[in-house]
Design a protein around this ligand. Structure first.
Ligand SMILES: [Zn+2]
Ligand SMILES: [Zn+2]
Length: 406
């Protein structure tokens, strides 16, 4: 069955709320709420998650139905009281999913990405990866297993997800009386803080009583310092997604015996060897031109993010109507553009290879569409000649990597 996907409207809605938040922050003279590089990086990661989600969401839903149809424990009817029970059950499962996300290395590898952000605004809410979505789905399977109907579960997950979007903002201050029941932006801000007293607190998504019950509740006292205790000093799109998996692998290699290796994967992130990351960063992130300068080509970045968002919105809307090759084209086009955005922020010398790859993907797609794939040698030849005759890569480096000093 083909459906129009109304999740497409999530993207314009997100940018609308972000725009409102940004304008209010400016009006209140709090521009420090936003940081250019970090916002761009958060949005890029959110775009990738929404994009990949299109390919896997259907299988998540099928899994809920399969578990419900074949393995459910109870036959729970559908009535208003059940909705109330479901919202509590959902938040309870979330509490443990989230808490284990902080207490088990393998889960933390996915969840750490959400906490890289040293900003706390709506862009941080978008900072979620597909790995996290996959692990979360594993936890959500408990709900249809108990006997909640998958249609209810899916609706509830959308509501639950939307709620947590609005808890990522500094514009709403502390509302003490509301904290007795609900997670407010101030409560969730504490969760995002790296201050000693705020660590490993406030795992709830909608309600605070799970945290109160299990002793992890902390109200906001001093203003939090947002981000990780050991911040990641990179905006590389790929490195941000994968660095902690590499760290786990490295720790496993260093560990002797099964028990130690097991602990490397399933032990606590608090025991992660902090010497590992700098060594890996030296190995993988060497060639940036000059990371501490301001980028001149912000507009180029905005255009890329704008086009990615637009393409993703239309793509989401018509996803069910598209052919496989259209889907593969859009997937690779957007992913490569996001890698490009991260590389631009970091001023990587190899960006022009990505530019070539993208031109190649786009021309291949249109030649394929026009049944002209036999002419694929033409763009290839043009690129090779242009490089040889005009040293395009050098010019590109001079123009795009040319930096203006502060
Ligand atoms: Zn967290
Ligand atoms: Zn958060």
């Amino acid at each position: 069955m083909k459906n129009i996907n109304f999740l497409a409207f999530a993207m314009p809605a997100f940018f609308l709320f972000l725009f409102i938040e940004y304008k209010i922050a400016q009006r209140r003279k709090k521009p420090e709420i936003f940081n250019y590089e970090s916002s761009v990086s958060n949005i890029s990661i959110g775009i990738a998650e929404r994009l990949i989600n299109l390919f896997i969401a259907a299988s998540f839903y099928q899994l809920y139905y399969l578990i419900y149809d074949d393995y459910r424990i109870f036959d729970i009817p559908r009535n208003p009281f059940v909705w109330f029970a479901l919202i509590l059950a959902t938040d309870f499962v979330w509490y443990w999913y989230h808490r284990l996300g902080h207490e088990v290395n393998f889960f933390w590898a996915a969840h750490i990405v959400h906490h890289h952000s040293e900003e706390f605004n709506f862009t941080a809410a978008a900072r979620i990866t597909t790995f996290q979505a996959v692990i979360r789905t594993g936890f959500w399977c408990i709900l249809p297993f108990i006997g909640f109907h998958p249609a209810m579960v899916i609706t509830m997950l959308i509501v639950h997800g939307a709620y947590s979007f609005f808890t990522h903002t500094q514009l709403i201050g502390k509302i003490k009386w509301l904290e007795y029941i609900f997670v407010t932006p101030s409560v969730h801000g504490v969760h995002h803080a790296s201050d000693e007293k705020y660590l490993d607190k406030n795992y709830g998504d909608m309600f605070t009583f799970w945290d109160r019950l299990f002793g992890t509740f902390q109200t906001e006292e001093e203003k939090p310092k947002y981000g990780l205790t050991h911040p990641l000093k990179s905006y590389s799109f790929l490195w941000q997604h994968f660095h902690y998996y590499f760290e786990i692998y490295e720790l496993m290699k260093r560990s002797k015996g099964f028990k130690e290796k097991w602990k490397a994967v399933f032990g606590s992130p608090a025991n992660m060897d902090q010497d590992i990351r700098p060594i890996l960063e030296k190995r993988f992130l060497q060639d940036n031109a000059c990371p501490h300068q301001r980028l001149r080509f912000k507009n180029y970045l905005y255009i890329q993010l704008g086009i990615s968002t637009l393409v993703l919105t239309v793509f989401t809307y018509y996803f069910d109507y598209l052919q496989v090759y259209d889907k593969i084209f859009v997937l690779s086009f957007i992913l490569i553009t996001l890698v490009n955005c991260g590389a631009l922020l970091e001023q990587r010398k190899w960006i022009y290879y990505i530019e070539y790859a993208r031109i190649f993907i786009v021309t291949t797609y249109f030649l394929y569409e026009g049944d002209l794939l036999i002419f694929l040698f033409v763009p290839l030849a043009v690129m090779i000649f242009a490089e040889q005759l005009f040293s395009l890569s050098k010019r590109y480096q001079n123009v795009v990597l040319q930096l203006e000093s502060k």
